[in-house]
Design a protein around this ligand. Structure first.
Ligand code: HEM
Length: 207
């Protein structure tokens, strides 16, 4: 069963042999993990004894299996607002008749623990939802960008088709002009030929 700690208690374990940190209301003893930490020992020492939830989420993908595995290994307890058990235990220890209240104390502790767990679960859900939202947003952005690219490509293709059409039309116009010019020249040549022929005939007749 998880131990309950207050933030003050965690704060006492910030250097030396014991370095604890809090992430999502859970307490982790990272002392044995400093050297292995891929982000380096210093970064963990710097946040020793504090709630490093924000820094943790900034640096990790919490759903990644290697991260989850280490978290599970280093988990030593949960954060509670105040420790009721100690005050509750003392009077009950003095008064023999109130010994029966021990389970009540346990229940209060249990409730506090459950509340803390619930809080931590919600925090985790929120963090995961945030990550999911960010992923969704990224996907949407990518989709929008792809759509734009597609539209641009389509537009370019249309422009190219139009350009080719204009070129083809101009070519056709040029061909027609060339044809008219050529046939006019041919007619001219034929006419000259006929005139020449006629002159020759007339010359022959005169002889
Ligand atoms: C119990 C707490 C922590 C555990 C179990 C843990 C574990 C890990 C693991 C497994 C990785 C490798 C991640 C990967 O493969 O993508 C990592 C990377 C990293 N961690 Fe932590 N970490 C903890 C706390 C922190 C805190 C509080 C910080 C910052 C203040 C931090 C900063 C980093 C950084 C910057 C990296 C990236 C290193 C790199 O990619 O070169 N970590 N951590």
């Amino acid at each position: 069963m998880s131990q309950s700690y207050t933030l003050d208690e965690v704060g006492k374990n910030k250097s030396g042999k014991a370095i604890w940190i809090v992430v999502d209301k859970k307490v982790y003893d990272v002392s044995s993990y400093l050297k292995e930490h891929p982000g380096g020992p210093a970064i963990l020492k710097n946040v020793g004894g504090t709630d490093a939830t924000r820094q943790f989420y900034e640096a990790h993908e919490p759903t990644k299996s290697n991260v989850k595995k280490v978290l599970k290994k280093l988990h030593i307890g949960v954060i509670v607002e105040k420790k009721k058990e100690k005050e509750a235990d003392k009077p009950s220890a003095k008064k023999g008749a109130k010994k029966k209240q021990a389970p009540v104390g346990t229940t209060a502790d249990e409730l506090a623990r459950k509340a803390a767990e619930e809080l931590q679960r919600k925090d985790q859900e929120n963090a995961q939802r945030k990550i999911q939202e960010e992923l969704d947003q990224k996907q949407q952005d990518e989709d929008a960008q792809k759509k734009l690219q597609d539209e641009l490509a389509q537009k370019l293709a249309e422009d190219e088709a139009l350009r080719l059409e204009v070129v083809a039309k101009k070519q056709a116009d040029d061909d027609v002009a060339w044809y008219y010019e050529a046939s006019a020249k041919a007619k001219e040549a034929e006419k000259l030929q006929q005139e020449k022929h006629k002159e020759e005939l007339e010359a022959l007749e005169e002889q």
